[in-house]
Every structure is written in C-alpha cells, then in structure tokens.
Design a protein around this ligand. Structure first.
Ligand SMILES: [Ca+2]
Ligand SMILES: [Ca+2]
Ligand SMILES: [Ca+2]
Length: 136
C-alpha cells in the first residue's frame, strides 16, 4: 500500500534477475571471468568464503560441512565482518548470518550456488557465522 514497500519489491526483482543470470551461465557450462581466482580451488563438498569480491583475497573459510545443521563460526579475527564473496560447493543449502551464534539478518545460498559480490545482497563485510539448512 505505502511507498515503503516499493524498494523491497524492486530489490527482489533485481535479485531474481541476478539469480536467473547465474543459472543461465551455469546451464551453459561457462565460467564467468569473475569466477577466476579462488573459485576453482573450492573443491566439491566445501563452503568457501573470501575477503574480497570475485572470490579473491584471503580465503577465510574453507569448510566441509558434515550434513544439514552443521555450524561454522567464522573466526573473529580472520573473517568476521570481512567476507565479500562465497561459493557454496557443498551438498547443502547454506544460511549465512550477520552475527555470531547464527543470529541476526541472514541470507541463504542454495546448494552449488555462489555470490561473487555480497554487496549486491547488502551483505558485504557482515557475515559472522554460517549453518547448513535443508533448503533456502
Ligand atoms: Ca564469528
Ligand atoms: Ca571484504
Ligand atoms: Ca556482522
């Protein structure tokens, strides 16, 4: 009803369009140029998180979750509020939280999904913990 809802809807449309674009790239089997760097080093089964966008810089998280509900507390000195890109190469959906102890705002990345630039989700330099979930 109010104008307040407008930006939210626009953001959702933008997110959906971005997701569709990534899906199109994946279905063609093409690696986007932005997926150079550490992306290729994130092996099957792993969740990887980098300090910089484009899967660059220090890889603060290189984690192989054991199943749904597995938890990862990003290191307070090396990673908290620094993560700018993520590749979820694990077999589970992944929820990433703005605060420690799996609290605060969160975003979810489906199995096999990636986020080359978390600033596009308004989540740059914000993640502090992560947990695998059954679905997004
Ligand atoms: Ca943390
Ligand atoms: Ca960063
Ligand atoms: Ca945070």
């Amino acid at each position: 009803m109010s104008g307040i809802q407008k930006p939210v809807i626009k953001r959702r449309i933008a997110a959906a369009a971005a997701a569709a674009g990534l899906a199109a790239i994946a279905s063609l089997g093409l690696a986007a140029p932005a997926q150079a760097g550490g992306w290729a080093q994130c092996g099957s089964g792993y969740v990887c998180m980098w300090e910089d966008a484009g899967f660059q810089g220090d890889e603060w998280v290189h984690w192989k979750p054991s199943g749904v509900g597995a938890k990862y507390n990003i290191d307070g000195w090396d990673g908290d509020n620094e993560i700018s890109s993520i590749y979820n190469h694990s077999g589970y959906a992944l929820r990433i939280y703005a605060n420690d102890d799996y609290t605060g705002e969160s975003i979810c990345i489906g199995r096999g999904g990636d986020r080359p630039a978390l600033k596009d989700q308004n989540f740059n330099d914000d993640a502090e913990s992560a947990k695998t979930v059954s679905s997004c």
